[in-house]
Ligand binder design. Structure first.
Ligand SMILES: Nc1ncnc2c1ncn2[C@@H]1O[C@H](COP(=O)(O)OP(=O)(O)O)[C@@H](O)[C@H]1O
Ligand SMILES: [Mg+2]
Length: 282
């Protein structure tokens, strides 16, 4: 069904997008996006508000179908993890791919109900795990994000603070032990301390080997320049419906153009205003 491709440094290709187009009515959002991600990479997907980052992410996860162009993703449910064209898959086949992914949504998208219910839903629905199998995994995931399972498992979603809800959203991704982790603006609206905690969680999760035994790939949609500096990822920037920049973090901060400058300025400001021992007094 699919072919296996090897990148020149022998890391297999995890996802490949070619000439992707998407419009909503008259509004063209993606106008020929092409990118290739190798297994094990951390990618920061950046770009101005409304430029199509979430729309692109939804194409990668099969929630939008390509209008024109091709999205191919590895199917980790098959021997050899072949790349498959998402357009050729039935919903059932798509679900088999999703077993190996997890998404931390922009607005957390927690389900109404308890913390345990939120942690159980996907493992139960997607992986078919029983409550007895899920319980210890849920406890471990909460601990991994710094939440106390004894206090929180039975708590209602609506009783959580913003920071706790974000941690729970990440714990919900961890219980899936994904080969590919997608994060959509994981630090939006959080205070600097919680941002740093989330950065560490993303890095820690990235470097933990999934049970499937293949390296994890992390795709992080972000505006957060602190996260960029901390993860020093490969940066892919969208602008005007296309990939405007694709390269390592060092080349990114060495480049100066109208789209990149605002990020560099923000980083310079952060650098000036936040010395290592804490923010300056005002
Ligand atoms: N389901 C939809 N229907 C109509 N327009 C949409 C839909 N989803 C996204 N858009 C539009 O597509 C553009 C890109 O959105 P999005 O990918 O969410 O931006 P961002 O880069 O901030 O994540 C925006 O102009 C948004 O209004
Ligand atoms: Mg978005």
């Amino acid at each position: 069904m699919g072919e296996s491709l090897l990148h020149e440094d022998a890391a297999p290709i995890e996802m490949d997008v070619q000439d992707l187009h998407k419009s909503f009515g008259q509004a063209r959002v993606l106008a020929g996006v092409s990118l290739t991600v190798n297994r094990g990479e951390v990618i920061a997907l950046i770009g101005g508000s409304g430029c199509g980052k979430t729309v692109l992410l939804k194409h990668l996860t099969g929630h939008h179908r390509a209008e024109r162009g091709k999205v191919r993703m590895c199917n980790h449910d098959e021997e050899g993890s072949p790349l498959v064209d998402l357009a050729t898959l039935s919903e059932d086949a798509m679900d088999r791919l999703r077993i190996h992914w997890a998404v931390v949504f922009q607005r957390n998208a927690l389900l109404s109900g308890s913390v345990l219910f939120n942690l159980s839903f996907w493992p139960s629905e997607i992986k078919g795990l029983s409550p007895e199998q899920i319980q210890p995994i849920a406890v471990d995931a909460l601990r991994a994000v710094g939440l106390d399972p004894n206090q929180l498992l039975e708590r209602d979603r609506d009783e959580l603070s913003g920071g706790m809800a974000k941690r729970l959203a990440i714990a919900r991704a961890l219980v899936m032990d994904p080969v590919v982790a997608f994060y959509d603006e994981p630090t939006a609206g959080l205070d600097p301390e919680m941002c740093a905690t989330v950065h560490d969680l993303i890095l820690k999760t990235h470097h933990t080997m999934p049970a499937a035994g293949v390296r994890r790939t992390s795709i992080v949609v972000t505006h957060d320049t602190g996260l960029l500096r901390r993860l020093a990822p490969r940066v892919i920037m969208l602008a005007d419906g296309r990939v405007h920049f694709d390269g390592d973090f060092d080349s990114f901060i060495g480049r100066d153009d109208e789209h990149i400058r605002p990020y560099l300025e923000q980083m310079a400001v952060l650098h000036r205003r936040v010395p290592p021992d804490g923010p300056e007094e005002h």
